[in-house]
Design a protein around this ligand. Structure first.
Ligand code: SF4
Length: 305
């Protein structure tokens, strides 16, 4: 079990201090929801567009940032922050509108960077140009919800774009000098461990950072309907931890691991319920990482003697 490059460590190296992400809303929808690709969204996506913890949308981006900052300011003294447009698809709007909200978001002195969650099929050239322009002022990173490289699963979850679309977008972003973070969901129905690890390995080749997310079943999603029918089971903590350990082994050392689990909104969470206790989950996972490191260490000693 090797050491992994955590987001905290990365931010400390990059900004010289602890940095928090302030999750805000750009007021956009998503092509999987507005009828362009479909109206029901990805099969696992909640009504909140996978961003339940973000600030409610209001036109005043500065006010959203201030509110979000107030919520964490007790934990962080003189820290720095990243403005994080999280829910729905945050480049799914005319470029003029994006220009206004993104520039507003990087305005405050305490904001050191901009992070944008979006889809690869919503990154037209003029939007990449805009991000490139902002990147010169404050670093920009783009998060892409790839989730899987397997077309059968992508179809099942209604991702709504082919893998080639992701590759095109990543190529353009990297050429523009913009950081790419790829989301992979662990535990998607029908996927074996090998399939999951193939997706992780692939994401590691193309990305500066990877977010590993546990599949959650949330109320009011089509995934919940599938779950009720018994179409699949969610992972146990032990199985999930084992896959994450193997995923970390596969990722290049310089790839930042932004997240090793997710915490779905407790009011909506149906399964796995163990994931609701984030602190306990992270303690268990970190303990497991240490045990594996010790075991690997002793194997090396055995080899030497
Ligand atoms: S692309 Fe994102 S916001 Fe849109 S339906 Fe899928 S998960 Fe939800």
């Amino acid at each position: 079990m090797k050491h992994y490059y955590s987001l905290n460590e990365y931010y400390k190296n990059k900004y010289g201090t602890k940095v928090y992400k302030l999750s805000i809303s750009g007021g956009m929808t998503c092509p999987n929801r507005d009828g362009t690709n479909g109206a029901r969204g990805c099969i696992f996506c909640s009504d909140g567009g996978s961003g339940e913890f973000a600030e409610q949308f209001c036109q005043d981006i500065g006010a959203q940032l201030e509110n979000a900052k107030k919520r964490v300011s007790a934990k962080i003294k003189d820290g720095k922050y990243i403005a994080y447009f999280q829910p729905y698809t945050n480049t799914y709007a005319p470029t003029d509108y994006l220009r206004r909200i993104f520039f507003e978001a990087i305005q405050p002195n305490y904001i050191v960077g901009l992070s944008i969650a979006t889809r690869p099929d919503c990154l037209e050239d003029d939007k990449i140009e805009l991000l490139k322009e902002i990147n010169v002022i404050k670093p920009v990173s783009v998060e892409l919800g790839l989730q899987t490289i397997h077309s059968k699963t992508a179809e099942y979850i209604r991702r709504g774009y082919p893998l080639s679309e992701y590759e095109n977008a990543v190529k353009k972003l990297l050429e523009a000098g913009i950081e790419v973070v790829t989301h992979i969901i662990i535990g998607l129905p029908g996927e074996t461990n090998d399939m999951i690890l193939d997706s992780v390995k692939y994401a590691g080749r193309f990305s500066d950072g990877v977010k590993l997310q546990l599949l959650h079943v949330l109320k009011n999603t089509d995934l919940y309907e599938e779950y009720k029918k018994g179409a699949f089971e969610t992972l146990t903590l032990e199985k999930y931890t084992d896959i994450v350990c193997r995923a970390i082994e596969l990722l290049p050392e310089n790839v930042v691991i932004h997240r090793i689990t997710g915490d779905g909104d407790k009011r909506l969470l149906v399964s796995p319920l163990w994931s609701a206790n984030k602190k306990k989950v992270l303690n268990y996972m970190n303990r497991e990482f240490e045990i594996r490191k010790i075991k690997q260490g002793s194997k090396l000693i055995e080899k030497k003697t």
